[in-house]
Ligand binder design. Structure first.
Ligand code: FAD
Length: 546
């Protein structure tokens, strides 16, 4: 297979391809849903284009709890099929991308007046293990009070009755999305960010094209296609509206906020998933140098492009964690970063945000536009399979062509090329030996790039400065040439997660990041100012709350 890359240096050629070719399928939206669909479709032999109006994963897919769930929470809502599906999916994602998916302990404390009793938790976790097909070594262990407090000494001792220990898989949602997109590109998909769908072109009332705008340079054109999938997450209904097909079921957006504190301020031994006074449950997850806490779940009617963390969100989450971990007395000033995301759920009359189903649903418009909404990061591959099955069925009838069935359960994602997941530890040791980095910094690098790390390390050798400086330059080259990074926020927020997990590192590297992007991508002065202003806004919003 020819080496096909996601290079911002080829932006003009990619724009040309989008204008000249007629595709089998155009996917609108570069979150995890659109990425999964593009990969599945191109792997079945379709010609595919995917467009994203901002940056990949800049919507909900960089603002989740960052867990590949087995779906325990759905068990409480008796969504048995969903638990079974996401449990199996978790294993497939781990096999195909072990560098972005890591099994970790999750402690479920059973507390006085909480929603979970000892026997119901034991039975619940057991049923979950069976339904989700959990590996024997990762099955739940029930703990008594002393064992629970030994497992996590920071919990409020007086109220803890016992606990359940099980595995959740930690991920980086934005990295998972870009790895899926890179893999789709390797299979031949044409993929570009900063290209917005503004409407559709019709022939005999059938949608046969997408009207788009290059949001970097302002050019407008049409992409010709046989099939269109609207995978625009929280924006799905906006596109349905412009297709005149917003009838029947609609989206119901709820906002979920996470806050980040330095690890030293909340040094949990492992993640916890705990009861809150209002009947909801919240995670506190240690990750490298920080611990993050979330999420809220509130109805949302504001600007879809700008969901913000408010003081009220921060107070709610701090109260929740201070109630269960009383010794730390966390304050708003401890919060170093945050993110607010919108769940694109399907509306159900009379249900509260936390009661709404997380199931996905496909809407078929009379014009032929297929919209997909709802679902989870964890279930993205199955959502893609269902959507592409439909596209393949329609194309087969219309074009008298046959397509392969879904193969994505066997496709290694970019960066996931390890014979054995234990080889990741060897690679971390190799990075440490070469760079003399601390284990945590070597691990952060390897968990970002997986089996692509050695190429970045090799490129770094020829750069100037300390190993940290060399690697930053090599990462930037890689980000521009292989991951379609165009603006500082693409790099600092979505490709490297620095805004959330290493905010303190940004001041130091910011001039290098901006100057390198400016010089390599040859921004105009107006673009430089625009992109810097955009990043500054995102940066401030992460820790200054209204
Ligand atoms: P998005 O990621 O929002 O992608 C849609 C994309 O479409 C956006 O990038 C947008 O810019 C683009 N777009 C919109 N309009 C246009 C247009 N006109 N032209 C071009 N592009 C357009 N799931 C899990 O499995 N595990 C979790 O731990 C988890 N936690 C969550 C916590 C929170 C707080 C939230 C909100 C969700 C969570 N989820 C979780 C759910 C999961 O994050 C979402 O289901 C998933 O990210 C949705 O992806 P998407 O691609 O459908 O939407």
């Amino acid at each position: 297979m020819a080496q096909l890359q996601l290079s911002s240096l080829q932006r003009e050629q990619t724009l040309q391809t989008l204008q000249q070719q007629t595709f089998d399928l155009v996917v609108i939206g570069g979150g995890i849903t659109g990425a999964g669909i593009a990969l599945d479709a191109v792997a079945r032999g379709m010609s595919v284009a995917l467009i994203e109006k901002y940056d990949f994963a800049s919507g909900t897919s960089s603002r989740s709890t960052k867990l590949i769930h087995g779906g325990l929470r759905y068990l409480k809502q008796f969504e048995i099929k969903l638990v079974r599906e996401v449990g199996r999916e978790r294993d497939i994602i781990w096999r195909n991308a072990p560098h972005v998916v890591h099994p970790e302990n999750m402690l479920l404390p059973i507390i006085e007046k909480g929603s979970l009793g000892k026997s119901s938790t034991s039975v619940g976790l057991y049923v979950y293990d069976v339904l989700a097909g959990v590996k024997r070594s990762e099955r739940r262990v029930m703990l008594d009070k002393a064992q629970t407090l030994n497992q996590e000494p920071m919990l409020r001792k007086e109220i803890v009755l016992g606990g359940g220990l099980y595995k959740e898989y930690r991920t980086d949602d934005a990295r998972l999305t870009i790895e899926v997109l890179k893999t789709a590109r390797k299979h031949g998909a044409t993929i570009l960010n900063y290209v917005q769908a503004n409407g559709f072109v019709y022939d005999n009332k059938r949608a046969v094209g997408v009207l788009v705008e290059d949001t970097i340079n302002g050019g407008r054109f049409e992409i010709k296609t046989h099939k269109i999938v609207n995978a625009a997450g929280p924006w799905v209904d906006e596109l349905r509206k412009s297709d005149n097909s917003l009838k029947g079921k609609r989206l119901h957006l709820t906002k979920g906020v996470h806050i980040v504190v330095p690890y030293e301020r909340l040094p949990l031994k492992q993640a916890i998933y705990f009861d809150v006074a209002d009947g909801r449950m919240i995670f506190a997850i240690p990750r490298d140098k920080v611990t993050y806490i979330g999420t809220t779940d509130t109805n949302y009617q504001g600007d879809i492009d700008q969901p913000l963390t408010t003081k009220a969100d921060v107070d709610y989450l701090l109260k929740a964690i201070n109630d269960i971990v009383p010794g730390q007395k966390l304050l708003p000033a401890d919060v170093t970063s945050s993110w607010a995301g919108l769940r694109p759920l399907i509306h159900e009359d009379g249900k509260d945000p936390s009661e709404l189903s997380r199931k996905d649903e496909i809407f078929l418009s009379p014009s032929g536009v297929i919209s997909i909404a709802g679902g989870k990061l964890t279930g993205f591959r199955k959502m893609a399979e269902r959507t592409v099955d439909l596209v393949a069925e329609q194309l087969s009838t219309e074009k008298k062509k046959t397509y392969q069935t879904c193969t994505t359960d066997r496709i290694k994602l970019s960066g996931g090329d390890f014979d054995n997941p234990s080889d990741i530890a060897k690679l971390i040791a190799q990075v440490q030996a070469t760079t003399q980095f601390k284990e945590v910094d070597a691990r952060i690098l390897v968990e970002k790039y997986g089996s692509n790390t050695p190429a970045i390390l090799k490129a770094a050798v020829d750069k100037e400065g300390t190993w940290a400086e060399k690697l930053l330059m090599a990462e930037l080259d890689y980000a521009i040439n292989e991951e379609l990074v165009y603006t500082p926020a693409d790099f600092l927020v979505r490709r490297t997660g620095r805004l959330y997990f290493e905010r303190e590192s940004i001041d130091n590297i910011y001039p290098t990041v901006v100057n390198t992007l400016f010089e390599t991508l040859k921004y105009s002065q107006e673009q430089r100012e625009r992109f810097e202003a955009q990043f500054n806004q995102e940066y401030q919003q992460a820790f200054q709350f209204l």
